[in-house]
Design a protein around this ligand. Structure first.
Ligand code: MOS
Length: 756
């Protein structure tokens, strides 16, 4: 009997292809007659293009076209309806208007990538320049719209008799108030944004491009190109990282597709690293203010969390850092959250790696550490004293919550009890060292409208199909694991088939929801295909059970049993002369369950050493304990959590980009000046998962008599939870080591050295 692969350490199904270089990413595909496009970007942030000089580019070798804005031959259009939420608000190169520094204003198409790039460098533009609005402290500020989950951007919950949050704070024994500022951060996925567009005639196009929500992306492309939705096929076979930068349909894919249509040849467009900084989104720069009011023993009486983030004129994304952090984490009778946005002429900002929760968690969990210091209560004990058993904003219970266990297990694994609460108490040669902790929280959502298909084949293998993207996270492997579990056959007999919009629409690879959205669909498709197997067994010629009742049959581990006979599904299919049978999951699966909220949780503990003379901070130990439901692939899950913690360390110590406020130009545009952690920055990270299933999130469960595996149910998101709170744990450890509290990340040496 095969052991279910669920919960075990499973290598990625595509691991070998990736490490040997055999996996083809979007920019690797070729097509006969391929031409290459290169973009020219604006050098002002706001105004109009008044003219171009394209003569030198047109005379350059191999050049086929020089498109300039405003441009009609490209035939690009607006995006409406549900796809508009995943698109920019302007039409690329349609008008002479410039909305941000680094916007595409011209495109060269040539025989080779080098010819296109060289000719693009020869294109110059003249402008009518307006002063850009660039700072989140600028007016006008607008209230943020509702959050992605539909919650209002502003919330004010007051205990009976309390007039305002300010009154609640004023009535508290201890008040902590802190303001936080952080600069822009970038997704910096390893794979550059690349697209290959191949047309059949001028009304059908196949695209190879990375996308996190392929169905929404293809729908957006179809509208941009003025085509019926089914005429766009998107293949996202291998993707080298998403982190939020591949959710939105940016200008690159529509421009490449339009260039190919206009030229009548396939076109490939690969953005430069510099272009990715302005054309594919970033995390908003923002300010946050957190105020905590508590009793002398640290019990919260009031919590207020306000933020101001960017609203670039080309985007509709809502940034709400207090949501799913301050509105969800601690019990408090008085709660106020408020998100505002400043309308700015800057490159589009979008969700990035725990989009709201990572910056929101840094602010809240830093302020909680300050409350621990102010009250003298141990940081872990402080969090347990304010532990919420129902959501503070909605009062609903969680489908599953074991955060208290995360604190206890994490403190034990890390050796938290040995710490000194006194700052600057520990010295080792040149190094001051200390420890810090923080909580992690990330929302989980059920997702409806997606599907999985399973085909049982006469060779006793099964194909599990869904249009989901695997961003490098192990999504294809999860499909194989859950297919093997549900059908009760070894993983070697499962072929996962993903990453193509011709397949059933796959769950979005966003919001840490891919696994818990996909796995129940696999189980349901298995249930349906087994029912179909029984149906053909009793109806088809050649079946030993023809004429019997389907209820006499039982499916178990790839074999149909009944009336004293047994046959594998493959042999039955061969007997009835069928190459395979195919069924999909039921369409309504994944609708919300009223009455519950869903989050993943975790606790981070770390040790940081700060050099007394240079102010350099090094993370030397890290323990993360995560409550992420049932673990499907222990190996990939650990990698996801480690990756999240590394993002957190980058957030705390390294990652930022500066915007030149007078011009709206991003100062950093390469991986030499935008720093992310490298191996030398990262200690061995101790990750532990509680592995407690969340059956309500992924249910409804069967009654236990089902023929399909149910072991795969109960997963919950873990893609982003590691990055929430981890930066605060680092900052809190820096405080414990040095006595210096830094509110404006990253905590670079200059912010420490003058106070050491
Ligand atoms: Mo994620 S930041 O939801 O792609």
């Amino acid at each position: 009997m095969p052991r279910s692969p669920v919960g075990r350490e499973t290598d990625r199904v595509d691991g070998r292809l990736k490490v040997t270089g055999a996996a083809e990413y979007s920019g690797d595909y070729r097509a006969p007659g391929l031409a290459h496009a290169h973009l020219v970007t604006s050098t002002i942030a706001r105004g109009k293009v008044t003219g171009f000089d394209t003569a030198a580019a047109l005379a350059s070798p191999g050049v086929l076209r020089v498109h300039t804005a405003p441009n009609n031959p490209l035939r690009l259009y607006g995006i409406t309806g549900q796809a508009a939420a995943f698109a920019e608000t302007y039409i690329p190169m349609k008008s002479d208007e410039v909305h941000f520094h680094g916007q595409a204003i011209a495109m060269v198409v040539a025989e080779t990538p080098e010819q296109a790039r060289d000719a693009a460098a020869l294109v110059t533009a003249t402008y009518e320049v307006l002063q850009p609005r660039t700072s989140v402290t600028d007016e006008p500020r607008v209230p943020a719209g509702p959050t992605i989950s539909g919650a209002p951007s502003s919330l004010n919950i007051l205990a009976p008799g309390v007039g305002s949050i300010d009154a609640a704070l004023a009535a508290s024994d201890v008040v902590v108030e802190a303001e936080f500022h952080q600069n822009m951060q970038h997704h910096v996925a390893m794979e550059p944004h690349a697209v290959l567009a191949v047309w059949e005639g001028d009304d059908r196009v196949t695209l190879h491009a990375g996308a996190q929500i392929p169905s929404a992306y293809a729908l957006g492309v179809s509208q941009r190109l003025g085509l019926p939705a089914p005429n766009v096929r998107l293949i996202t076979k291998y993707v080298g990282g998403g982190f939020g930068a591949r959710v939105v349909l940016w200008s690159d894919t529509p421009l490449a597709a339009a260039a190919a249509r206009e030229l009548g040849r396939p076109v490939r467009l690969v953005l430069t690293r510099e272009q990715m900084f302005t054309l594919t989104g970033h995390r908003s720069h923002l300010t946050q203010t957190v105020r905590l009011g508590a009793s002398r023993d640290g019990v919260l009486n009031a919590l207020s969390h306000r933020s101001v983030a960017e609203r670039p004129t080309t985007m509709s994304f809502t940034m709400t850092p207090a949501h799913s952090t301050s509105d969800a984490l601690y019990r408090t009778p008085n709660l106020h959250v408020d998100a505002r946005m400043a309308v700015l002429d800057i490159p589009g900002s979008r969700a990035m790696r725990g989009p709201n929760e990572a910056p929101g968690g840094f602010a809240l969990e830093t302020a909680m550490d300050e409350l621990a210091v102010a009250t003298g209560v141990d940081p872990v004990e402080l969090r347990l004293r304010n532990y919420a058993t129902t959501s503070p904003s909605t009062n609903l219970p969680w489908s599953s919550k074991h955060l208290d266990e995360c604190y206890r297990v994490g403190a034990e694994r890390f050796g938290w009890a040995n710490r000194s609460a006194t700052p600057r108490a520990r010295v080792d040669g040149q190094w001051l060292y200390g420890t810090g902790m923080a909580t992690a929280i990330y929302p989980a959502a059920r997702r409806a409208g997606f599907a999985v298909g399973i085909r049982l084949r006469e060779d006793d293998t099964a194909v599990v199909s869904t249009g989901v993207s695997d961003l490098g996270t192990g999504g294809a492997t999860v499909v194989a694991i859950s297919g093997a579990d549900a059908l009760g056959i070894p993983m070697q007999r499962i072929t996962p088939e993903i990453s193509d919009t011709y397949l059933p629409p796959g769950a979005p690879a966003v919001g840490s929801s891919n696994t818990h959205a996909t796995v129940p669909l696999v189980v349901d498709a298995a249930r349906n295909v087994i029912a179909e197997l029984k149906r053909v067994a009793v109806t088809e010629n050649g079946s030993p059970w023809q004429g019997a009742d389907a209820s006499d049959l039982r499916y178990e581990r790839g074999i149909l049993h009944g009336l004293g006979r047994s046959m594998t599904f493959g042999r039955l299919l061969a007997a009835i002369g069928s190459p395979g049978i195919y069924m999909e999951s039921s369409p309504l699966l994944g609708a919300p369950i009223p009455g519950y909220v869903h989050h993943s949780f975790g606790a981070h503990f770390c040790e940081v050493r700060v050099n007394r003379f240079t102010g350099e901070a090094r993370v030397t130990r890290f323990t993360t304990v995560a409550d992420v439901g049932r673990v499907i692939n222990a190996k990939a899950a650990r990698s996801q959590l480690v990756g999240g913690v590394i993002f957190g360390i980058g957030h705390a110590l390294l990652e930022e980009n500066h915007l030149e406020l007078s011009t709206g130009r991003l100062a950093g545009s390469t991986l030499a000046d935008y720093l992310v952690p490298v191996n030398a920055d990262i200690p061995d990270i101790d990750v532990h998962m509680l592995n407690r299933p969340d059956p309500l999130l992924t249910g409804p469960l069967g009654d236990g008599t089902e023929e399909v595996g149910t072991a795969s149910l109960g997963a919950r998101g873990l893609g982003e939870i590691g990055t929430v709170g981890s930066a605060a744990a680092v900052g809190n450890a820096v405080y414990n080591a040095t006595g210096i509290r830094v509110h404006n990340v990253p905590i670079t040496p200059d912010k420490l050295v003058e106070h050491l």
